[in-house]
Structures are given as structure tokens and as C-alpha cells.
Ligand binder design. Sequence first.
Ligand SMILES: C[S@@+](CC[C@H](N)C(=O)[O-])C[C@H]1O[C@@H](n2cnc3c(N)ncnc32)[C@H](O)[C@@H]1O
Length: 235
Amino acid sequence: MSKLSKPSVLNDVKVKTVLNRLHAEANKQLPGLILHYLPKLPGLLLGKGIQWDSTKTEYYNDKYIPIEPDQGEFLYLIARAINAKTIVEFGSSFGISTIYLATAVRDNGGGIVIGTEIVHEKVVQARKNIAEAGLENYVEIREGDGLKTLKAFNQTIDLVLIDGWIHLALDVLKILDPSIREGGIVISDNVKTFKEPLKDYIEFLQNPVNGYQSSTFKMKGGTEFSVKIRRHDEN
Ligand SMILES: C[S@@+](CC[C@H](N)C(=O)[O-])C[C@H]1O[C@@H](n2cnc3c(N)ncnc32)[C@H](O)[C@@H]1O
């Protein structure tokens, strides 16, 4: 049985059909991505992770680089477990992670996933994919730079997915931090793959002074799981 057709916690044929198509399209890009990363492999093998060049991101403008199905189901279950109603996502790409999260919000009885994406074509396609999955009422994709688009929140945030460009992760988290509720969760993708460039970010999350308890799990290229234990203003 292929990874995509394994039994799923998402009991929704419409959602699964869209996700299967998107994951399959993303997988087609994998050989090219592996070639792209080949010169950077020594850093990964030495345990330092891949260096990140923030001046050369155009290559990724048409790349999915999504979370994997296992991570998606993990996100879905976490969102269900904490009854997440407000979820924020930095880096929506073509909407794969957004769809897992929005399914959870819908199954929790309603709420919103606020995603952000800087590449216009991806925003257009993500909105189409989300509508095809029947989830458009549970998603708001804010087009533009997350440093600007993720500023206005009327509600507290239950769950955050940090999956945009690495060099912005800490700044984005600091913008969201005051709105994340106690017991809220931050999940961050690829923290081992980009171990060195994300050093400050992980140090911030793993230092309880900043209000989080946080561990790195082996899922995909390292998934950081962080729980907000105390709001800043209570320090
Ligand atoms: C790893 S991909 C996200 C994959 C997505 N979460 C999924 O699972 O399908 C990272 C995305 O973040 C977007 N991005 C990078 N910097 C951004 C920024 N400053 N503001 C908004 N989006 C950004 C990129 O264009 C890219 O599509």
C-alpha cells in the first residue's frame, strides 16, 4: 500500500482526493529538489544542517516543499486534541498544510486558519485547492510578507505552524507570540535540516524564560513541538 493510500484519520473523501493529488504533484518535484540540495549535503551529513541563502529563494516559487502526510495527520490530530479554533500558518505554499489544519478546524465545529504566502501564483492556486476540498469557509490566506500580514489578530491563537523561510522564523514567532494562548502549540518544520540557520529560533523556544517548553522530534527533517506554558506578561 502506498504512503498516500494508507488509512487516514481524515474521513473525508473530498479532502483526501485533493490531498492525494497535491502530495503526488509535490513528489514529482522531489528528484529536482534532491539535485538542487546535493552540493549542500556535506553540512547535513556533518550534523550542521543545510545553510540557507535568503537571497536565492526564486527557485522555490513553483515548488510545493510541503509537510509530509504523516506530519499533516499529526497536525490534524493535535488541532483536534486542543480543540483549536484559531490557527496561524507561516508559509502556505499551495495549501497542503492549510488543508490538514482547516479540516481539523471544521471538525472542531468551526474557526479559522489564517495562512500567509508571499508568492502570488501560489496564493491563487492554494485558494483553488482549498475550495476544491470544500474548506474555503475555514481559511483566510493573507497574501504578502508574513512579517506584515500576520500582525492583526482579534482573537487568541491556539496553534501555529512555522513553515516559511528560515531566516524569518524567529521574527514571525515574536510577532505571533503575544497572541498565542497559554497551552497553545507551535509546530515548526525542518528544524534539523536547517539546524544552524535556525539555531537562535530553537534556542528561543527551548529556553523556558521565553514561556515555552519545546522538543525536537525526528519527524521529517526534524519537527519542533513547542507548548506555550506562560505568557510573557506573566514573567
Ligand atoms: C516550505 S513552504 C510551505 C509549505 C506548506 N506549509 C505546505 O505544507 O504545503 C514555504 C513557503 O513559505 C513562503 N514564504 C516564504 N517567506 C515568506 C514570507 N515572508 N511571507 C509569506 N510567505 C513566505 C514561500 O513562498 C513558500 O511557499
